[in-house]
Design a protein around this ligand. Structure first.
Ligand code: PLP
Length: 430
């Protein structure tokens, strides 16, 4: 096994060397539901968690395992869990700590799907989400009470693209014993939330990690850096006997295996009971993408800086949103959390308003008009009528979506072709 802290090497080598029986270098696709036990004792030990091993693909799978290990290594965590989508990953992150009557505090700057999950679906489960403006980290403390189980935020949330003050908020949380969970989907490689103090990090691997628009998926990584026992009353799911596992107390039961109570409980309880595993084929495709992630991020970011400055100086454009163009506190936060680039998402408003924005999108020839981000190809969308359309006007405004905002996800094509397509579409919209 290659031991490295460099993302370029981790992306190619972490979690896998070669198949011990066949010598296969590529990670095999273990397209199987179940795994043969050696004998009844082996089966009992696996079910009793006395020994780790494969039982059933809803709960673990060797192909998926390599992806979990690789994303965990990339993020500097101790163990990971892959799920069928980023949405499932977010849902599991919260439900792993919350029961009906509990609450979490979340940044207002969120992906529209996460907003819906938090504002409506979790509410219907009896879990309250308290939204606070991340402009002031103290807002998280002010919204916290004894039933607050975690804080939640995105590193580089679109559409505002205001980088979250991870270190400041994580430090405040640690003072009062509340873990910070970060959605790092838009900033893989660029940001290491765990090193900045977050306790848990998740990704929609559908985006940059997969990178090729083939597979929906999510991964949760446990930082192993949060003491769930120090404030045991705040975390009953990890510190009280679990009736569904013969009274196991997760913080105690897994101690010999390391600081992995959070992620083990997510696997053996939530994944067991709610389902939503990642399919082995999707794990394989996501691993293929991950192998070139650091290289792609370099090109994504370099292209994005050039597009941002092109748009900022274009006469038809009223404003451009990209961290590279920000000033003051927003820029300071971007520079504190991101290393090696400002990401490849950006937004802009046309002077001629929402109608011109729609014309612009329809005139694009190379950019795809899709509800995705982080693909190797360049993508564009009008959030107010698509990704954020299920939010009411007030919620749209709170999450930074104005009627004329166009979102771009800059790909890794040649910069001349990207600029040429944008230029002709801006002319067509004029
Ligand atoms: N988090 C962020 C930042 C996203 O952009 C998305 C999807 O767009 C998700 C989570 C949800 O991921 P998925 O679409 O894989 O369920």
């Amino acid at each position: 096994m290659v031991d490295s802290t460099n993302p370029e090497t981790i992306a190619l080598h972490a979690g896998w060397r070669a198949d011990p029986t066949t010598g296969s270098v590529a990670v095999p696709i273990h397209q199987t539901t179940s795994f043969q036990f050696q004998d009844t004792g082996h089966a009992a030990r696996l079910f009793g968690l006395a020994e780790m091993g494969n039982i059933y693909t809803r709960i673990m799978n060797p192909t998926v395992d390599v992806l979990e290990k690789r994303v965990t290594a990339l993020e500097g965590g101790v163990a990971g869990l892959a799920l069928g989508s980023g949405q499932a990953a977010t849902t599991f992150c919260v439900l792993n700590l919350c029961e009906a009557g509990d609450n979490i505090v979340s940044s207002t700057d969120l992906y529209g799907g996460t907003w819906n999950l938090f504002a409506n679906t979790l509410k219907s489960f009896g879990v309250e989400v308290r939204f606070v403006d991340p402009a002031d980290p103290q807002n998280f403390v002010n919204a916290t009470d004894d039933r607050t189980r975690c804080w939640y935020a995105e590193t580089l949330p679109n559409p505002k693209l205001r980088v979250f003050p991870i270190a400041e908020v994580a430090a405040l949380g640690r003072k009062i014993g509340v873990p910070l969970i970060m959605d790092n989907t838009a900033a893989p490689v660029l940001c290491k939330p765990l090193a900045l103090g977050a306790a848990v990090v998740m990704h929609s691997t559908t985006k940059w990690i997969g990178g090729h628009g083939t597979s929906i998926g999510g991964v949760v990584v446990d930082g192993g850096n949060f003491d769930w026992e120090a404030n045991a009353a705040r975390f009953p799911t990890l510190n009280k006997p679990d009736a569904s596992y013969h009274g196991a107390v997760w913080t105690q039961a897994v101690k010999p295996l390391g600081p992995i109570a959070y992620i083990i409980r997510m696997r053996v309880i939530l994944l067991r009971d709610l389902g939503a595993p990642m399919a082995p084929m999707n794990a394989f495709l996501t691993l293929q993408g991950l192998e070139t992630l650091p290289l792609r991020m370099e090109r994504h970011c370099a292209n994005a800086i050039k597009v941002a400055s092109f748009l900022a100086s274009h006469p038809a454009v009223a404003s451009v949103t990209h961290p590279s163009l920000m000033t003051g506190e927003a820029k300071r936060r971007a520079d504190a959390a991101l290393k090696g680039g400002y990401g490849s998402l950006m937004g802009f408003e046309l002077k001629a308003g929402a109608e011109a924005g729609k014309k612009f999108i329809e005139a694009l020839k190379m950019f795809y008009h899709v509800a995705n981000i982080g693909d190797a190809r360049s993508l564009a969308i009008h959030p107010a009528t698509t990704t954020h359309s299920q939010l009411n006007a007030e919620e749209q405004a709170a999450s930074g979506v104005s009627p004329g905002y166009v979102r771009l996800s800059i790909g890794i094509e040649h910069i001349d072709d990207i600029l040429a397509d944008l230029s002709q579409a801006l002319d067509a919209a004029a």
